[in-house]
Ligand binder design. Sequence first.
Ligand code: FAD
Length: 527
Amino acid sequence: MAPKKKKTIRTIPQQRTPPREQDPLVRARNFEEVNCGYRLEDALREADRCLLCPEQPCVAGCPVGINIPAFIEQVAAKNLRGAYDIITSTNLLPAVCGRVCPQETQCEGVCTVGESLEPVAIGRLERFVGDTAISEGWTNIPYVEPSGLKVGIVGSGPAGMACAADMAKAGCDVTVFEAFHEPGGVLKYGIPDFRLPNTVVDAEIEKLVRLGIKFECNTLVGRLFSVEQMVAEMGFHAVFIGTGAGYPSFMGIPGESLNGVLSANELLTRCNLMHARDFPKFDTPLQPGRQVAVVGAGNTAMDAMRVCLRLGAAKVHCIYRRSKAEAPARAEEIHHAAEEGIEFHWLTSPLEILDDGKRGVRGLKCIRMELGEPDDSGRRRPVPVAGSEFEFEADMVVFAIGTNANPIIGQTSKLKLDRRGYIATDESLATSVAGVYAGGDIVTGAATVIEAMGAGRRAARSMKAYLGLRDTDVVYRDAADGSRPMLFGIDLEEHDFALVRLPKPGAGDSAQPSAAPPTRHGTASTQ
Ligand code: FAD
């Protein structure tokens, strides 16, 4: 066979492969996914654009260090199972992260191809692999000898899920307590189906259930029992808190208590989790606005505006006090929102919500802004332009101007908080209470899905050390080329995974015996 020619920037496909998308005017009225993803031929073409460069800046650009070139190489070789195994050795939720990670500032932002052409569409490829795994029913369920240790996780968002998975793989008996009636955190209650379908999140959660993780929903920790009680009375040897930052902010302007004024989190929760969008099939309606003003220009604002359109609003306005260049939302989200007909009012700040005389909203009084000197955030400070006040009509106003720490845990425990009310931790994500760890938005403030997952995994490493567990990240697989089995890129022969044993005869689904020969430490098997 002729040797494979080395790829260069000139020989690879020059254009990024676009995903299939719903037409903007059609999709603005339904909750189906906007981005319909890649087909195999799209994925193969895009995978061919990766130069497999030795520097691998994308790996460092990923907060959880996915071996991106290796998984793309497997996609190019049509070994999608191999690609899935590589991704899931570090990232639990490829179908989720492929959809919602801000790749343009992470892996794709540092892609070598991106220095000359558009970067490789790493996120789209990751989603393709994650979606294939869901449709094929692939999972990496290891057999793990129970350690006899009990771990409690508070909050079922990406931080809690990532921590729960690692602790379960270390042999712990893991219970996740969630305040809402369904697990998933922002992935379920915040991000709408047209960006991330709840069915995708549910499919990923199902894998955690198969790992043996128990989910206790409708359980508000801090009200039913405290974090201290979990350790002292409920038998949990370690606890992780991943309660997020879901407490909404308002501006404090006149009119905020009028009917028709709500936070983006309330709007999204009522639409996504409480099924307001499915009224009358579900008995939980939400009075939709006809003329809606959404204040803010982050991802949450974009989601809230696009949800309002789909709920039937005639016109949706985005009110933001800085310019488009400073808007925190992903460029793709702003682009999609504009395509769907959202009207953007950059450099505009609300002054008052106007009363219709019946305690409802009749409009918004705003003022124009201009940009001054940079503020603490490094962005130019918006300054009001004197005499530029104006009013416009609206019957619903939604605030999407940021969120704060969920306060209940802080109010009901002795955990040390920082001055903004977030849980204070050390480098290892240990809190001020022994055996209690925290991570994700409740520590950092609002961030990203992948960062929350990274924190969950980091905390799990510290918790394993605290509990005296060796590193037992046990996802076994047969090496395709017949070489010794690898585990998270580590040669099993070099490591002693103390808690891993051969499956017991007659063990259930999660402990499926393998035809592969046992190693000193376990067996080479996936599912
Ligand atoms: P969360 O996801 O907030 O989960 C915390 C969970 O804890 C919740 O389910 C909550 O109900 C539960 N909880 C809280 N208090 C208690 C308690 N006392 N007892 C029991 N349970 C409790 N990031 C991206 O990377 N890409 C995006 O496109 C993106 N879009 C977003 C859109 C919206 C609308 C929002 C709000 C955020 C978005 N983010 C996005 C940010 C991202 O979702 C968060 O950074 C991430 O979900 C944080 O994960 P977490 O696990 O720390 O917390």
